[in-house]
Design a protein around this ligand. Sequence first.
Ligand SMILES: [Zn+2]
Ligand SMILES: [Zn+2]
Length: 350
Amino acid sequence: MQRLYEKVGAVHIHTVFSDGSGHYDQVIQDATDAGLEFLLFSDHWTLKPKQQGREGFHNGILVGIGCELNDSKGRNHLLAFQIDEEIKAGIDPLEYTKKVVEMGGWAVVAHPDERRDALPEFPAYPWTTWDSEDFQAMEIWNHLSEWMERLTNRNKYWLYINPRRSVITPTEWTLKTWDRLNLKRRVVGLGGVDAHAHHYSIWRNVNASIFPYKIAFRSIHMHVLFDEPPEEGNDDAALTQLFQTLRQGRAFVANRYVGQARGFRFWAEGVEDSKIYQMGDRLPAVSQLTFHVNLPPDVTHAVLLKDSQQICHWKDAEGSFRSIGSGVYRVEARRRRRAFIFSNPIVIEP
Ligand SMILES: [Zn+2]
Ligand SMILES: [Zn+2]
């Protein structure tokens, strides 16, 4: 097994620069307390915190700053990282997605299939621009969306008190869409916390903060696997390295509330040449691979999927399986009945 350096962080965070309630320093402190090693902020429409020089290491935690865009109907949310210039509102999602990529940025579709049946006062903001071929990643799991989706007038007090209990699983629809996209091109899967610590008036005149940052930072995490650990002391190099590794898809999503996912690994080895491939890698159709997993102790079982179909089931700490032709291969691990870990895929192209 290739030695990799694992860093754990949270993605998709709002602050007082848009509609979040937290101040940067406090949010960073909360993330540090939760044991996180990087944070990606994305306030609506603004890059002001980046322009103020807030990117880089803050007491050991690496901070990257992008922004979140949307269309005139409030839909098609896109996280834009690694851009320096703000994008003006009023253009359609096809255009702003293209623009982000042209500017050298990393375009991430946010909460693609948000649904909200129970509470009409909070409409859903799904992604509908699937004809775009420019976005490079998508959220496969979003804490806030799922929390809101499960909210009904009957359970809202319970969910308010138990915010992490609402995060159960990404939707089937999202996962299948993600697999389908990956047959054609690399679309990296991310888990977003979408932390706002909103002050909603959840029942009559009571204003309450919906799951504070502290809580959000103990749910959906991104685990990124580096060849070399990003070094403190060179902010720009470390950020470039973080985004490069994320863009490659060398990362997995895990729910910290369910267990400790550190140490999870999914990789493949060429049958002929013993070459090692990592999550995010794409190979030509003739390739024959042996897939391998290492499962941390909190995992009770894991499955290997090919094009959304389960093809192998593992219960032990280590497992392997020989590829069966072209397809999008990825791993889902569970702890008892709870969704826990979602790897990025290794793809044998059609
Ligand atoms: Zn959004
Ligand atoms: Zn957001």
